[in-house]
Design a protein around this ligand. Structure first.
Ligand code: GH3
Ligand code: MG
Ligand code: MG
Ligand code: MG
Ligand code: MG
Length: 302
């Protein structure tokens, strides 16, 4: 693993003793950007504002026990991976065990040894940054930088569950580039890759709400998830995407029938109050996409 740290590591020091805070700051300010919290309440409010990459946590806080703070952080999906380094003057074995039992990554004894503290902090930061990078790579399609199929299937399942529970509509779009084999055959795979990237930009640009998701579903197949979107809404988005891909005017090999690159589109909507699972939703959208291919491509079907 590369041990170089990004310059932007965010470190949160949680301690109510000004002299300890000062010594921690002297060490940590060389490693990253440091923020401070004195209480558990402040800690959670600062973390919700911005997630740190490392937390140095005192055990005796004015309003809570540090171990309970750590337990809470480790129970929340959004914070559970952030490494926690417990700062303690307790030295007994039972205490050490309880530090690890609540999910802390390590502990440091007071009085502090600055070099040991710096070394441990850097090790945890390096692992955390590597973990975040791997997580991002595991979710991203490298060619188009869109989410990959794994992310899409995961989110489709959870968003359908939510839509079903809250009786909200939800829509799904499947898209497939028309005659892409011929495009590759004519221009080569490198141009084919560039075409996939250009078309992907249209998909991303067509998505306006923060909860929407675009993914590369397979080779030249893409999927869009639109929570809280009904049949009328998905129809507008699908048609906008189809028209915008055509408007890119990427010349296609087969000039006579298909002068430019286009996409065929299939949509599925789960209306308010209806219940549908991920496999059925995908199958319906896929069937609609097949229908678009059947009707001559470059069109939208439901
Ligand atoms: P249709 O209109 O019926 O969808 O025809 P098509 O030619 O697009 O479909 P087909 O499934 O026959 O071919 C898909 C092509 O997409 C074949 C494959 O080489 C190409 N493809 C898939 N992934 C990539 C990729 O990552 N890069 C490039 N350049 N081409 C890809
Ligand atoms: Mg204290
Ligand atoms: Mg295909
Ligand atoms: Mg195709
Ligand atoms: Mg085909």
């Amino acid at each position: 693993m590369n041990n170089t740290l990004p310059a932007s590591s965010e470190i949160l020091i949680v301690d109510d003793d000004p002299s300890v805070v000062m010594s921690l700051y002297q060490v940590m300010s060389d490693i990253g950007r440091v923020r401070f919290a004195e209480t558990a309440e402040q800690t959670f409010s600062m973390i919700s504002e911005k997630h740190p990459d490392l937390i140095l946590l005192d055990i005796e806080l004015p309003d809570a026990n540090g171990l309970d703070v750590c337990t809470k952080l480790k129970a929340m999906p959004s914070t559970q991976d952030i490494p926690v380094l417990v700062i303690t003057s307790h030295a007994d074995v039972g205490f050490e065990e309880s530090v690890f039992e609540v999910g802390a990554g390590d502990y440091i004894h007071k009085p502090l040894n600055p070099r040991v503290l710096a070394a441990r902090a850097k090790t945890h930061l390096a692992y955390y940054h590597a973990l975040k990078l791997l997580d991002k790579q595991a979710r991203t399609d490298q060619l188009t930088k869109l989410a990959n199929r794994w992310v899409f299937d995961d989110q489709l399942t959870s968003e359908l569950g939510r839509a079903n529970r809250q009786k909200n509509p939800i829509s799904l779009i499947m898209l497939d580039i028309d005659n892409f084999k011929a495009f590759n055959d004519q221009f080569g795979h490198i141009e084919g890759d560039k075409c996939l990237q250009a078309v992907s930009t249209v998909f991303s640009d067509a998505i306006l709400r923060s909860g929407d998701l675009v993914a590369r579903y397979g080779g030249e197949e893409f999927a869009v998830l639109l929570p809280e979107t009904d049949a009328l809404g998905v129809q507008k988005v699908a048609e906008r995407i189809r028209a915008n891909v055509e408007a890119l005017a990427i010349p296609h090999a087969d000039d006579a029938t298909f002068p430019v690159v286009t996409v065929s589109v299939g949509c599925c909507t789960s209306a308010t109050g209806s219940v549908i699972d991920a496999a059925s939703a995908l199958q319906i959208a896929d069937q609609a996409l097949y229908q678009s291919k059947h009707e001559g491509k470059n069109c939208v079907n439901f």
